[in-house]
Design a protein. Sequence first.
Length: 350
Amino acid sequence: MSNLQNRFVLRPLELKHLFDFAIRLLRLNFLPMFLSMAMVQLPVALLSIPMTIRFVNMAEKFQDPSFMDTSGSGMGVFDTLLVEFGDMMITMAAVVLVIALYQLLITPLGLLTCARLASRALDGFRDSFSDAFGFALSRYWPTQVALATFFLPTVGLALVVLMFVLLAQMLGNDALTIGFAVGGMTLIGCMVLATMFMYFRFFPALCGVLQATEDSPEHGFVAQGVWFLKRSFGLTQGHYLRIFMLLGLLWLAWYMVNGGLNSTLEMLWLLYDYMSSGSSNFGDYLVEQGQGQNDPMRVGIQMVVMTVVMLIFPPYWQCYKLLLYMDLRCRKEALDIYRLLDDDRTERQP
């Protein structure tokens, strides 16, 4: 049984309550929430950082005029790039594929684990990471079905466009191939944009907060995944603009924090490098840096620090979305009244 003194008092929430309650939820279960999202983000970052550093090194070579001068080698520019960076590009393509597969398989687990921890904290419980992870495993496949169903129209359109382009190529009609490719890319771009805007109608199921708080009446993970989408669509009806604005404000806050942290790290590095360089004029030093090349070491250190610090924000996102989902239930289903009545009955029991 939960401790009613530690239970959050729900009601229709204003913006200040959403931000404040999300911080309190994160503080209650910070370590397991941090671990749940680090499980998703940290391996991806560890794979991405070396790849980014290698891109910086490659960009430095492109800035070297002697590298691009192929007149004495007997090879063209494309052959030179293939010889120099062929193996690296294959490795990078393999890394990108691994990252995509990892994100596809593990992201729902991280989202569900964090949402479950936040949901239980909202009710006055403090679950362990293992308990929340075990619950996430039980809702894993319905969540994957919900995600796949939501993105299925975009993927289907992309496959149809690819088929038409390949058909036109087989017919040998270059004009038709180009027309299908350009028109198809335009349609895919519009579909992606529409999918992004439709996210706000289905966000409780797509981020796992619905699965962490409600049981589906359906049997079978496919039926459960579809039910979660239908439930989200009905719950958000009539509140689209409010959800769009509230989630947009949180994204803006994240963007400002991320940009500010980036700028701070860059300035700290510049100050350290300036003091180590022995230069007497800081203005001249900045001009030289602006005309110079990127330092791979600086890029690597900055990405490592940013990765560790910004791991705090995804759990906060989940807490915020859970509260926004609870706010919808209070506004449309009087959840706060039912909870008060339930708490009153619990306190009256001998």
